[in-house]
Design a protein around this ligand. Sequence first.
Ligand code: ATP
Ligand code: MG
Length: 185
Amino acid sequence: MQIRRLKLTGFKSFVEPTDLRIEPGLTGIVGPNGCGKSNLLEAIRWVMGESSPKSMRGGGMDDVIFAGTATRPARDFAEVSLFAVQPPGAVIPAVELGADGEMEVVRRIERGAGSAYRANGRDVRAKDISLVFADAATGPHSPALVSQGKIAAVIAAKPAERRAMLEEAAGIAGLHVRRKDAEQK
Ligand code: ATP
Ligand code: MG
């Protein structure tokens, strides 16, 4: 899956609308401490369906919404859009991809009201989003997104945790979700 573009509004320190193009190849984010580098990586993980506020360094999911500063009031929503080219097979039923396989996934959270997702303009479920990224061998826990401290976590992981990382990388995590679903039916 190729990520082409990331748009943020009201997400953590990115209070004003921010639109970033991501070129093919390796992308590095550089800047002084506290400028928002980790927040950008968290935005990518969040729009892919991250459900743990703790792994977004927050107490609750509303903590991803711009909390205000001495000179700027807090916002009451945050929105992140990710434009990505989906590999063949990684599609959401009833959602049409763009001409070149591009899909725009949008996640929006309103303070006190939880979050909702859209894919190419259609309302979709959180589960559709997590499956489409799992099928594309990526997602919020993909080893392709190396967060601060992640290298040490890989080294210290227990065998079962390391296996889960390998399964994410191999793109079979989605199959486990579907199997669990089938077993419950
Ligand atoms: P380092 O180099 O130290 O790892 P970094 O570039 O990764 O820094 P981040 O951790 O992404 O920086 O950004 C931290 C900044 O984001 C802090 O100034 C923090 O106050 C701000 N921030 C985080 N959440 C919010 C929020 N909800 N509202 C406003 N600002 C926020
Ligand atoms: Mg950081």
